[in-house]
Design a protein. Structure first.
Lengths: 85, 260
């Protein structure tokens, strides 16, 4: 059984990439179509980086790997993101 | 009532997270396994109730480890006075970060903080008049205590309830502060899972869906619900809330994993 947290824990890493707090943004899972705030994703922190998975279907939504002098970001599992102005 | 118009609270620009160097001003035993840290942070901009920060430790060989902690209380820096941040940290056995914070940190030590963080799991005064139900498991009470304190400080008249599940009376975090907040504007309800205070008639044991339903605001009152605790606690409670008819969008959750 792997422990997971939730998308709230992404706020720090994401703030180094995006200007707004995107944990409140709603993302659509490319796997099952579920739309929910990123804060509600399951986040695994024991991988080499942060892995956000859909709470509905387990699909990997996004990954963030901090390699010191650069950061690698994948949002491949999100088919849409809605940001509030 | 504050004369400050609610609109100014809502329109306040969100503080950009930044790195800060904190100096430990005071350490205090919170529970048998947890410590409260009072930090002086000369650059702290203040934070919303429920926000967290990332605390980073660097080993002599350069290895870094970072963990998220909820802010229990904070005051922004002002001319002539440093900002202050209060954290409470539970020791996770075999952890990388928490044993150091609980056992080894002393006044005068410096820590690196990144924050304030998190706009999802926050409560803002004046945002809504719907009642608020807080549900805490163990150390998950920290951001909810911050919300209850902010609610009292703002003299906000929204009804607040806190259901707080703890193992024993010795495991209550911010016990004195919560007791002081309890009253007409905060209904405080403690559930003891292992041992209740002597002389109380409370049944000892874990919450069940039925006992939970009897102790929280019903879905018909459309409360905004904030749940914080271990991942297992949060998922159980969030499941009950949905079964009891609360809309998913009204349930705000924050999980801590007890990872390290």
């Amino acid at each position: 059984m792997t422990h997971h947290l939730d998308g709230n824990v992404l706020a720090g890493a994401l703030s180094e990439i995006f200007t707004a707090d995107v944990t409140t943004a709603r993302g659509r899972c490319a796997g099952c179509g579920r739309t929910s705030p990123l804060a509600e994703a399951m986040v695994f922190t024991d991988a080499p980086g942060l892995v956000a998975r859909c709470a509905g279907c387990d699909q990997v939504l996004a990954t963030f790997v901090d390699a010191g002098d650069r950061v690698m970001v994948s949002l491949a599992g999100l088919s849409a993101v809605e940001l509030r102005r | 009532m504050s004369t400050e118009p609610a609109a100014s609270t809502l329109a306040r620009p969100r503080t950009r997270p930044a790195w800060h160097v904190a100096t430990v001003a005071e350490t205090r035993r919170e529970t048998p396994t947890a410590v409260r840290l009072v930090l002086d942070v000369p650059t702290w901009p203040g934070s919303e109730a429920g926000a967290h920060l990332d605390l980073r430790l660097t080993a002599p060989d350069g290895y870094q480890a970072s963990r998220s902690y909820s802010v229990a209380a904070s005051t922004p820096a002002a001319p002539g006075s440093p900002g202050q941040v209060v954290l409470a940290v539970d020791e996770v056995p075999d952890g990388e970060v928490s044993p150091f914070l609980v056992r080894d940190v002393r006044p005068g030590d410096q820590l690196e903080l990144h924050g304030p963080l998190g706009a999802f799991f926050v409560w803002r005064p004046g945002q809504s008049t719907r009642p608020v139900q807080l549900v805490a498991g163990g150390s998950g009470v920290v951001p909810l205590y911050a919300m209850a304190a902010a609610h009292a400080a703002a003299a906000d008249e929204t009804p607040f309830r806190l259901l707080y599940s703890v193992r024993t009376p010795d495991d209550v975090w911010f016990a004195d502060e919560l007791a002081a907040l309890a009253g007409p504007t905060l209904a405080l309800d403690l559930v003891y899972t292992r041992r209740a205070p002597e002389g109380t008639a409370d049944v000892v044991g874990r919450l069940t869906r039925e006992s939970f339903a009897a102790r929280v605001l019903p879905a018909a009152e459309r409360p905004r619900v904030y749940v914080c605790g271990s991942t297992g606690f949060v998922e159980t409670v969030a499941g009950w809330l949905q079964e009891l008819g609360h809309a998913a969008g009204d349930i705000h959750t924050e999980r801590f994993g007890g990872l390290t």
